[in-house]
Design a protein around this ligand. Sequence first.
Ligand SMILES: CC[C@H](C(=O)O)C(=O)SCCNC(=O)CCNC(=O)[C@H](O)C(C)(C)COP(=O)(O)OP(=O)(O)OC[C@H]1O[C@@H](n2cnc3c(N)ncnc32)[C@H](O)[C@@H]1OP(=O)(O)O
Ligand code: CO
Length: 134
Amino acid sequence: MLKVEHIGIAVKNMESANSLFGKLFNIEPYKLEKVESEGVSTSFFKMGETKIELLEAENEDSAIAKFIAKKGEGIHHIAYEVEDIEAEMKRLESEGFQLINKAPKKGADNKMVCFLHPKTTNGVLVELCQEIKS
Ligand SMILES: CC[C@H](C(=O)O)C(=O)SCCNC(=O)CCNC(=O)[C@H](O)C(C)(C)COP(=O)(O)OP(=O)(O)OC[C@H]1O[C@@H](n2cnc3c(N)ncnc32)[C@H](O)[C@@H]1OP(=O)(O)O
Ligand SMILES: [Co+2]
């Protein structure tokens, strides 16, 4: 794994969260992007070598909606950048980590992603991200 690519934070209202984190960081988000397949809208703040990703649910089936209903707003996941997501998925599965999605899927911010189940990662939802090379 190369670095912490982003930290995902679940928020109820993107507009107010963007305003709050914009004041906190004293910067504007560099990207607002909907990911239909995940039922989320996202907002990214660049923080040095890593990013903060705000996530708002677009529908009640969204993982973010369920998370907020159960746990409230807050840190949702940690994403790591990897060179070769398929190789990492194979390695991690052989190490006993549970893959939530068995194949990489298109995520936000030009990445292919997959998720590891929190019950196999000490309660922290982990996302792997590989940059989609143009
Ligand atoms: C891809 C776009 C973007 C990007 O960066 O590119 C994103 O990051 S999208 C982020 C939103 N999408 C996801 O999170 C997809 C992966 N998540 C899932 O598949 C589910 O949320 C899952 C499997 C983690 C939980 O599923 P579900 O909510 O249906 O089940 P439960 O509520 O029963 O949870 C089971 C168990 O896990 C605990 N849990 C749930 N979410 C989290 C979390 N974010 N962090 C830590 N733990 C979590 C939950 O409390 C349950 O534990 P239990 O002890 O049984 O209460
Ligand atoms: Co993410």
